[in-house]
Write a protein that binds this ligand. Structure first.
Ligand code: RP5
Length: 168
């Protein structure tokens, strides 16, 4: 760990999602964070169904030691934006693929934030879930050399895997 970054006592990344129905996709963010040994917490919290609890959780996030928030929602996907309104921590939004509009609704609801309250919006669905976790790792790696090394190894292994591909 770098100076000032002793072994973390609590989670650094909060992974929240609007519904348990998002978990099948968002568990991929959790799996990726785990593979980098990044302590994280996954919870269901909804901008619409549990607005007060969502606000309270996010308002406490900084004092609890979180450094990045990942917020996933589908349809009228306001969760990431609401989180961003309640914290200065970086908020990464993951639009869930929806039944009606295949996630285009989720994407537009998440990405179109007013200037001054940013949400870093990722791709719809599993790629977005994984990349939100990758981006969280990259943010944390800015001040954690060991994590930066792991990220470099991940990229090298990914590159090697692609170059080893053969086509029948
Ligand atoms: C959003 O509505 C959730 O994030 C989910 O993607 C979508 C549907 O939720 P459920 O009706 O499956 O609980 O709030």
């Amino acid at each position: 760990m770098a100076a000032g970054h002793e072994a973390p006592s609590g989670p650094l990344v909060a992974v929240i999602m609007g519904s348990k129905s998002d978990w099948e996709t968002m568990r991929q963010a959790g799996d990726l964070l785990r593979s980098f040994d990044v302590p994280h917490e996954c919870r269901v919290l909804s901008a619409h169904r549990t607005p007060a609890e969502t606000a309270r959780y996010i308002e406490d996030a900084e004092s609890r030691g979180f450094e990045v928030i990942i917020a996933a929602a589908g349809g009228a996907a306001h969760l990431a934006g609401v989180c961003a309104a309640h914290t200065i921590l970086p908020v990464l939004g993951v639009p869930m693929e929806s039944a009606a509009l295949k996630g285009l609704d989720s994407l537009l609801s998440t990405v179109q934030m007013p200037a001054g309250i940013p949400v870093g919006t990722l791709a719809i669905g599993p790629a977005g879930a994984r990349n939100a976790a990758m981006l969280a790792v990259a943010i944390l790696a800015n001040s954690r050399p060991e994590l930066r090394d792991k990220l470099r190894r991940f990229r090298a292994e990914q590159r090697e895997k692609v170059l080893r591909e053969t086509l029948a």
